[in-house]
Write a protein that binds this ligand. Structure first.
Ligand SMILES: [Fe+2]
Ligand SMILES: [Fe+2]
Length: 324
């Protein structure tokens, strides 16, 4: 899909996911229309979160604790993942869709685009329903696990911080564009990383099912981003574009993940200060740079949507030392 997009300049591309073709695909293929309930089959074995995506397992304190601590960490990491999905999908994506439908925007959308937007909202609510259903199944199975306080997700913090710097008249358009970025990069990454070995089959099934919908969302939000960027008045592009690089680095940061790992390790070893020191050393040297694969995906999506061609956007990246 992204290769197809790469071949065409934004101005020449037909934005087919903003037309009735999209709703036809949704009617035939969406998870809510076509798939059964997700029950976790506890007779099968496997981890509830990919081992290679949880750096905490590398900490010495954790290795000393043995297998049951490892299982607990992976279940807790899956809870955090589900919590982030719920937050992103309801608080960000559904909210951006509402703004598209009901906001006072300087652009108009066709009735077909509005219909497609309703379908995305249904999908995201359904994904949240599934996430909650899975949380309840796991809680019954692992009643001993304690609740962990989750820090504000990085996606939410990024929207909040950049929004605060913009004149209120740009807020709604910015939030819609921000969510176009999330749906063309972040969600995909979150879903794809479960393709690691050792993950429990029920979780793989759940994640692939989510991906089935998110691939279609990708196409919708990519076309929406292209259309919106092209149609908004120049002062909107200027104002929002000026903060784009900052927004990208904020939402791709791993602050909330680090914070969560500190809390989680603290519950296991009973020493928050040691937990903090240990987590800091696990993440030492990690930096958001243009060579990180997800950053490349973001830049590709922004480029294909025509956004990187704007001087304000280019300047914003130049200010953080990136050539785009
Ligand atoms: Fe979703
Ligand atoms: Fe989505």
């Amino acid at each position: 899909m992204s290769t197809l997009h790469q071949e065409n300049a934004p101005s020449e591309r037909t934005l087919s996911s903003l037309t009735a073709q999209y709703a036809e695909r949704w009617e035939a293929r969406s998870s809510v229309r076509t798939r059964p309930r997700k029950t976790i089959d506890f007779t099968q074995s496997g981890f509830f979160f990919p081992e290679d995506k949880q750096p905490l397992l590398l900490a010495k304190e954790v290795r000393d604790l043995g297998r049951s601590a490892k299982d607990d960490i992976l279940v807790q990491s899956f809870y955090k993942y589900l919590h982030d999905i719920v937050n992103l999908e309801i608080k960000e994506i559904v909210s951006a869709c509402s703004k598209l439908l009901h906001g006072d925007l300087p652009v108009t959308f066709t009735e077909e685009t509005r219909l497609n937007t309703y379908s995305v909202m249904i999908d995201e609510y359904y994904h949240v329903y599934i996430a909650q259903d899975m949380i309840l199944q796991l809680r019954q199975r692992y009643p001993h696990l304690s609740d962990i306080d989750y820090a504000l997700p990085d996606s939410r913090r990024a929207v909040g911080e950049v929004r605060a710097k913009l004149d209120p008249r740009y807020h709604d358009v910015f939030e819609i564009l921000a969510n176009c970025c999330f749906e063309t990069t972040l969600v995909r990454e979150l879903v794809e990383f479960f393709n690691s070995p050792g993950v429990h089959p029920s979780i793989k099934y759940y994640v692939n099912d989510h991906m089935n919908d998110e691939s279609r969302h990708y196409a919708f939000f990519f076309d929406l981003m292209t259309y919106l960027w092209r149609e908004i008045p120049e002062d909107y592009r200027e104002a929002i574009g000026t903060h784009l690089a900052e927004f990208v680095t904020l939402y791709l940061s791993v602050e909330s993940e680090k914070q969560f790992n500190v809390e989680l390790l603290a519950t296991l070893i009973g020493d928050r200060e040691q937990a903090r020191t240990s987590v800091e050393s696990l993440y030492a040297g990690f930096e958001i740079t243009p060579d990180v694969p997800i950053v490349k995906n973001v830049l590709r999506a922004l480029g294909n949507a025509g956004m990187l061609a704007h001087p304000a956007v280019r300047d914003s990246f130049a200010r953080i030392g990136w050539t785009v």
